[in-house]
Design a protein around this ligand. Structure first.
Ligand code: 13P
Ligand code: SF4
Length: 349
């Protein structure tokens, strides 16, 4: 059993030894003990952009979850290798849409609506889903550009299929003025389209997926904060349910949340509805403001947390010793189509 200072020293050694041949991107939801060593930190959009512009690094050790490492692999050259310090760092949301389910849904939707649908997928999805979307003329989106990308999609087709997060899709479409009645939900388990309005009026088809972290912020949490702290502003991520976003003062991507609180005057008070490591970091970075988690249970992302200092040190050493572990390599054909979807986003992001 090694203590953290020893592990940290090993991480520093490998970073020093490899210099710019090694690059460590880190998502804002990563643990402090890991993000401390990231060369760049960002939300998913920034990390995709940063990966695409990494021309020097030969090894990219991704401090984030599996779909992010896949994206980095797709956006970098073949001779650049991407590693994930723990292969169990998946994403429950990404797992809610698989390729077979998506093909089934598409077949049914084509029967209902004909060739009038453009698929969009949140980057929080597997490379295979991105490839499906890219092949059908669609694009990826992140929480930072979902609005822009949905607007673009409607210049291409009459309807969109939004995978795999129903909440980001619903919240964004609602902000663009689309009525909830004109949105349907595709349930991949029962293979059926669920809607309340008229079939012909449907503009947005939402995949029935969600983030297990952000679904933990509830209307009851909002009421509790309103009762306890009348001055407090509530800011949440758009992966939260529609009702929660509707009752909040502001909603936006990880980057939007960070920036909004950074720009707030001293003495401001906030209840934040997003992942725990980030909320704790925001609290530490703004001692002049009163900041709490919207859900007192804090809501960690268990898979983000799988990347810890021991795994990071182990992964870096395996690379330094010339016997790297946990290579993330997306199948060539999938990567080609997935890149089309990513490029359509990056060209507009
Ligand atoms: P963003 O980084 O786009 O805000 O996404 C949040 C998230 O859930 C990442 O897994
Ligand atoms: Fe997936 Fe949610 Fe964790 Fe992001 S926070 S990696 S969407 S489970």
């Amino acid at each position: 059993q090694m203590d953290n200072s020893e592990l940290a020293e090993r991480v520093r050694q490998v970073k020093k030894q490899m210099g710019t041949r090694l690059f460590l991107p880190g998502h804002h939801y990563q643990k402090d003990e890991v993000i401390e060593y990231a060369d760049s930190r960002g939300d998913s959009l920034q990390l995709a952009q940063i990966s695409a512009s990494q021309h020097e690094a030969e090894a990219i050790v991704f401090c984030g979850v599996h779909f992010m490492a896949e994206t980095a692999d797709i956006l970098t050259r073949d001779d650049q290798k991407v590693y994930l310090p723990d292969m169990r760092a998946g994403c429950t949301m990404a797992d809610m849409a698989n390729f077979t389910q998506t093909e089934k849904a598409w077949e049914q939707l084509m029967a209902d609506f004909g060739d009038t649908i453009l698929p969009l997928t949140y980057v929080n999805s597997t490379a295979a889903i991105k490839a499906f979307v890219g092949k059908h003329g669609g694009a990826t989106v992140t929480s930072s550009n979902a609005e822009k990308m949905i607007q673009w999609a409607f210049t291409q087709k009459e309807r969109i299929l939004f995978l795999p997060d129903q909440h980001l899709g619903r919240n964004t479409a609602y902000d663009l003025g689309i009525s909830l009645n004109d949105m349907a939900v595709w349930d991949p388990i029962n293979e059926e389209l669920v809607y309340e309005g008229h079939l012909d009026d449907i503009k947005v088809i939402l995949w029935k997926g969600h983030c297990s972290v952000h679904e933990n912020f509830t209307v009851a949490n909002v009421h509790q904060v309103r009762e306890q702290y009348s001055e407090m502003r509530i800011i949440v991520h758009p992966e939260c349910r529609r009702e929660v976003v509707a009752l909040s003062d502001d909603a936006g991507s990880t980057n939007h949340i960070i920036k909004t609180i950074e720009q707030a005057p001293p003495g401001s008070s906030w209840a934040v509805g997003t992942e725990m490591n980030l909320v704790n970091r925001i609290i530490q970075e703004h001692p002049d403001q009163h900041i709490i988690s919207l859900n007192p249970n804090m809501c960690p992302c268990l898979t983000m947390n799988r990347i810890d200092l021991p795994h990071l040190a182990w992964s870096l050493e395996s690379i330094a010793q010339g016997d790297p572990t946990n290579l993330i390599e997306v199948d060539k054909e999938i990567a080609i189509d997935a890149k089309k979807a990513l490029d359509r986003m990056l060209a507009r992001a």
